[in-house]
Design a protein around this ligand. Structure first.
Ligand code: SME
Length: 179
């Protein structure tokens, strides 16, 4: 229990809220949890839990929510980070798949149908749509990506992009990555 009497599990209560409101709550909760904490494993593990429970509270069937982080200083590859969902690919080369494309271009990829994305990496063959958001620091370096997968087509849109980009920026400002 936190010092204010709030259980940390309360961060994942989203009854009756609209998607935008839920995603804003994720952002606020992340900022509260990361206060005084800059360890990236700790913060991204909690961010994965926040995203998973937020999206699972919606009428939207997501099957994976988590992170890939830059492996080494040469930034040619991503390695699997904290996540919720099924076992996933461990390494993704910069420029390949949805994650590697977002990492290399430093641009959010909203993919309504993964079958139409050239080079999509199918960690789970059931995935139909995906959103990947780059985490870019204030020197312009891409530290990693947020990745969320969905079992439905057109799972993600503008509201997701806007809020996840704010979360990515909060992550870049609060986490010390050791590579
Ligand atoms: N589909 C991703 C790979 C990561 S998994 O979805 C967890 C991609 O094409 O980069």
């Amino acid at each position: 229990m936190g010092s204010d009497g709030m259980h940390h599990a309360d961060y994942t209560e989203f009854h009756g809220m609209a998607r935008e409101e839920i995603l804003e709550t994720v952002l606020d909760s992340y900022n509260a949890l990361a206060e005084g904490q800059d360890n990236w494993v700790c913060n991204l593990a909690n961010a994965s839990a926040l995203l998973w429970h937020a999206y699972r509270s919606l009428p939207l069937d997501i099957n994976w929510a988590g992170f890939y982080v830059s492996k080494g200083s040469e930034s040619s590859e991503l390695i699997l980070g904290p996540f919720q969902g099924k076992v996933a690919c461990q390494l993704i080369k910069s420029g390949t798949g949805v994650c590697g494309t977002s990492f290399q271009s430093k641009k959010t990829q909203v993919v309504p149908d993964v079958n139409k994305f050239p080079g999509h990496i199918a960690c789970d063959g059931e995935t139909k749509s995906e959103i990947v958001v780059p985490i870019v620091d204030n020197t312009g370096r891409c530290l990693g990506v947020i990745d969320i997968d969905c079992l439905e087509y057109n799972g993600f849109g503008k509201a997701d992009q806007e809020c996840l980009e704010k979360l990515a920026s909060a992550i870049a400002n609060t986490c010390a990555f050791n590579n």
